[in-house]
Write a new protein. Sequence first.
Length: 219
Amino acid sequence: MAIASLATRGKLRFVQVGANDGKLEDPIHHHVLAHGAEALLIEPQPWLIAALRDNYAAFRGKLMIENIAIGPDHGTLSLHTLKRAFWDDYTARDGRSPTILFSPDRDLLRRRIARRMKVDIDEAERRLDTIDVPMAPLSDVLARHGMTDIDVLQVDCEGWDVKVILSLGEVRPAVIHFESLSLSDADRQAFSDWSRQNGYGCIQGWKDTLAIRGLSHPA
């Protein structure tokens, strides 16, 4: 409803951090195709970039794809994932793609693997792999593409979501939608403070948070 309301004014500018392959568990793919003038899709997993581009082949707006991690500063970010040798087993047990298991929070990922693959924590740890990915603040990536005015920011970064939002710099999207299920207490408080200071009201779901600038609801 929020996106449809914005779209009554014209085509929209979308930014998605944690785009995966562009379709998997993606809440905005069809909105981008229907209402997008520009779409900046950011995904740190290099093996997903080709699929991401293919899944947006029908998009008729300006498409930009960045293979990078978003964080508070420049450098590299260590991201943890399931070793390739266990991908088929994970899919057989969980029914989903293992590419959703990708996070800077090693303990979070270890617990998810243990639960979903029905192994103990030590075995889950053995199944983890780590890659280092270039990292930059979202504000810098947006500036590189000339996106100083955003309509919709979608974030799904497995517990890293608030750090992404806080790296926006001076940019203030009209709508922010992000996964809040796995946030630390410190990040929940940081987002609550930031949203109040910047005029966002929030609608809290069991898994995700929708923040709308100008909404009078408390964070």
